[in-house]
Design a protein around this ligand. Structure first.
Ligand code: PEP
Ligand code: MN
Length: 340
């Protein structure tokens, strides 16, 4: 439930509400709005008596939150959430400006990563993606450069100012990855790894949460709720395609999820057209469609030599193609009152 304070309620009254919430065995999450303050009560509220809160001074009303996810729900917070990505550029995700994160699927070498980072930066990217820990279907496939890869990403950030976005696959990697990364990526295969969600929830760095390939939007939002319930409210949701019977593409990119999520949550929503299609020739159109649908950002695989890429070459676009795509989405963004 959420406790809506009267406009102009005092700090003392808010503190008293917090005390009552805690006495009820719930946790508070205070959202200070432009007009009034709202105290969201987090926890299992079954059998809790709302009337105790209703009579507290300064309280306007107590409203139940119907969605099973609470902190992530737009019922709790009407304004859209925006937060900085980190890096020297200091771009945000969730505001009017669309945030474009680009880079190789995997960090393969310093030369490869630097070249791609410079190229995408020049074309307007604000974040650099690249996996140092790769979740591979086949145990004999390239698994990533691990810490060496993270070092390369940090060097690329130093050289370009781009925010580093990289995947963390396991609880025991969280501290290491957080030392190098600006944004912690939780991959589709780990969307319901609840221990990992709790662990990144303890961090104070933004999290890019990918939708599991067979997850419903409700499961997706509950995964975000795990992270937020631990105190990390900087979560962006990433639609990266789901598995269907279709086989013309690697995944089916469910772009309707973008406006639907925008209705259900205040969190930023971004799109990954690379895992979402698996084919480089489909990436450009899906980037344009994602921006038209209202996406707050994109995460795109770009490789300077896709033919020889160690992972996901078939879905990687080249730097010149990336440049063209950026030009195209600038036009689309303008048409939907956004900027790139
Ligand atoms: C990736 O971004 O390279 C990746 C492995 O993504 P996903 O978790 O969406 O499959
Ligand atoms: Mn990939």
């Amino acid at each position: 439930m959420i406790v809506v304070m009267k406009p102009g309620s005092s700090q003392k009254q808010i503190e008293h509400v917090i005390q009552v919430v805690r006495e009820m065995g719930l946790k508070e999450h205070v959202i200070v709005g432009t007009e009034r303050t709202v105290v969201a009560c987090i926890g299992n509220e079954r059998f809790k008596d709302r009337s105790a809160l209703e009579s507290v001074e300064g309280v306007d009303k107590v409203v139940p939150i119907l969605a099973p996810y609470k902190m992530a729900s737009s019922e709790v917070k009407k304004e859209r959430t925006a937060f900085p990505l980190g890096g020297k550029i200091g771009a945000k995700v969730g505001g009017t400006k669309v945030a474009v994160i680009a880079g190789p699927c995997s960090v393969e070498s310093k030369k490869q990563t630097m070249e791609i980072a410079q190229a995408v930066k020049e074309s307007g990217a604000v974040g650099l993606r690249g996996g140092a820990f790769k979740p591979r279907t086949n145990p004999y496939s390239f698994q990533g450069l691990a810490e060496k890869g993270l070092e390369i990403l940090a060097e690329a950030r130093e050289a370009t100012g781009l925010a580093v976005v990289t995947e963390v696959m396991a609880v025991e990697q969280v501290e290491l990855v957080a030392r190098y990364a600006d944004v912690l990526q939780i991959g589709a295969r780990n969307m319901q790894n609840f221990n990992l969600l709790n662990a990144v929830g303890e961090q104070r760095k933004p999290v890019l949460l990918k939708r599991g390939m067979s997850a419903t939007l409700e499961e997706f939002l509950l995964a975000a709720e795990y992270i937020m319930a631990k105190g990390n409210t900087q979560v962006m949701l990433c639609e990266r395609g789901i598995r269907t019977y279709e086989d013309y593409c690697r995944n089916t990119l469910a772009l309707a999820a973008v406006p639907e999520l925008h209705q259900k949550t205040h969190l930023p929503v971004i799109v990954d057209p690379s895992q979402g299609t698996g084919k480089s020739h489909l990436v450009d159109a899906m980037c344009r469609a994602a921006i038209a649908a209202g996406a707050d950002g994109l995460i795109i695989e770009v490789h300077n030599d896709p033919e020889h890429a160690l992972t996901d070459g078939a879905q990687s676009i080249t730097p010149p193609q990336f440049t063209e795509m950026m030009k195209a989405i600038r036009r689309i963004a303008g048409a939907v009152d956004r900027e790139v």
